[in-house]
Design a binder for this molecule. Structure first.
Ligand SMILES: Cc1cc2nc3c(=O)[nH]c(=O)nc-3n(C[C@H](O)[C@H](O)[C@H](O)COP(=O)(O)OP(=O)(O)OC[C@H]3O[C@@H](n4cnc5c(N)ncnc54)[C@H](O)[C@@H]3O)c2cc1C
Length: 389
């Protein structure tokens, strides 16, 4: 079996690196680190997103008919992983999860209306699934959408809606049938975030990332904003989450931390750590092994999408393995660095380019994104190996 990347893949990685060199300079890197590395609205980071749109990379896997590039999911994975390695903000879920779901489940008018502006970077989605009493058990969501004539009227509250403060639209899951079994009475709507009746309140995470509580009070939208069919939303949410999970288990940050750690230990500054604590050699050796395993798990999930299979269990495997590896790697960095590991990522002279503390603080919430890891383990057991529910 050939595990090496092809020449085309290596050329693609070179192209991505050269884009980063030109568009992700010192100022953008500092702002990205300061803002918690992802989904942030700092000016230099927003400019980086515009550069991505100009390059056409917000439509990497989407059809040419709408302005996309029709490249493979594997190429998208390689790009995102490289971005993560350099601490650049990822291609957001508008392109990687919402757009392919609209393509699969939306009607032709919705394809024409939403795909071009997503690819041009003019429309950006916050994801409105979770509620204060509906997280893991998402099908219990209560935000209500009621049909009144040719409109839908929305009332309710969402939580953890990351990016809502700067996104243009919300990809919103609502209850549209109170009598139906809970998975069957859900619909998905596209709602402009500047509609009257929407209020957004910040929630700050320990990792420095801002997320939000979003309230909807008698928000009126047209019937064309209903995605696909009424009461079919659970399928659409599941599709979007499947697309999201393939992108959650990136190994870039952990590969970078591993490379930074090895370079630090081999430097004059860090040489004493292994002399004083030789067992660290084993720890780093194991980290190298684990990082390689994570990379291969990721490759497999992305390759399966391109081969036309839905990687239910495989995407969950990479998500569990890589997100937990992030936490282990950050922990190892703290052991190696001692008090230096606690330096703020933006402090001058911070070791490991600031990756130790930022990953240490981000790792806990990576376990939640796209569904928490306990549920991913259920998915692996049930969907992958037919274990009873
Ligand atoms: C930083 C951050 C950003 C987020 N961004 C978004 C976003 O943009 N849009 C959005 O809609 N949501 C977002 N989320 C929400 C995320 O998807 C939820 O946090 C997640 O689904 C878990 O839901 P919960 O927080 O309500 O926890 P709960 O469901 O209350 O779970 C709490 C704990 O119980 C455990 N647990 C629950 N049920 C089970 C079970 N059946 N078996 C075993 N263990 C279980 C969980 O593992 C967890 O540790 C974000 C969350 C965070 C932290």
């Amino acid at each position: 079996m050939e595990f090496e990347l092809s020449k085309d893949h290596l050329n693609w990685i070179d192209e991505v690196r050269s884009f980063l060199k030109d568009n992700f300079g010192a100022q953008a890197q500092a702002q990205a680190l300061e803002a918690g590395r992802e989904w942030n609205d700092k000016p230099a980071v927003r400019e980086f997103r515009s550069a991505l749109a100009r390059k056409g990379w917000l439509g990497l896997t989407l059809p040419r008919a709408y302005g996309g590039m029709e490249r493979s999911t594997f190429d998208q994975f390689l790009l995102m992983d490289e971005f993560a390695y350099w601490g650049a903000p990822s291609i957001d879920l508008s392109s990687s999860a919402v757009a392919p779901t609209i393509l699969r489940h939306g009607n032709p008018e919705q394809h024409k209306k939403w795909l071009p502006p997503i690819i041009e970077g003019k429309v950006e989605f916050a994801i409105g699934y979770s509620e204060p009493d509906a997280g893991t058990d998402l099908a219990s969501l209560r935000t209500r959408a009621e049909r009144r004539g040719k409109q839908w009227v929305i009332n309710g509250e969402k939580i953890w809606n990351t990016g809502a403060e700067y996104c243009t639209h919300e990809w919103l899951a609502c209850r549209t049938d109170l009598q139906a079994p809970k998975h069957r009475g859900i619909s998905v709507f596209i709602v402009a975030l500047n509609e009257p009746g929407i209020s957004i309140e910040p929630l700050w995470t320990w990792g420095g990332l801002r997320t939000n509580k979003v309230r909807f009070q008698d928000v009126c939208i047209g019937e064309e904003n209903l995605v696909g069919e009424v009461n079919e939303g659970w399928r659409y949410v599941s599709t979007a989450l499947d697309f999201e999970r393939v992108t959650v288990g990136l190994t870039g940050a952990v590969r970078r931390l591993k490379d930074e750690l090895v370079a630090y230990i081999n430097s004059e500054k860090g040489a004493h750590t292994v002399q004083e604590r030789p067992e660290l050699r084993h720890t780093i050796g194991q980290l190298v092994v684990d990082t390689e395993v994570a990379r291969l798990l990721n490759y497999r999930a992305a390759w399966m999408v391109d081969a036309g299979t839905v990687p239910y269990a495989e995407a969950s495997m990479t998500k569990v393995y890589t997100t937990e590896l992030n936490a282990r790697a950050a922990d190892i960095a703290m052991q190696v660095l001692g008090p230096l590991g606690r330096m703020d990522p933006t402090d001058p002279g911070v070791p490991l380019s600031g990756f130790a503390q930022s990953l240490y603080r981000a790792a806990p919430y990576l376990r939640f994104g796209g569904g928490n890891n306990e549920i991913q383990r259920d998915i692996i057991a049930q969907r992958g190996f037919a274990l009873p529910r």
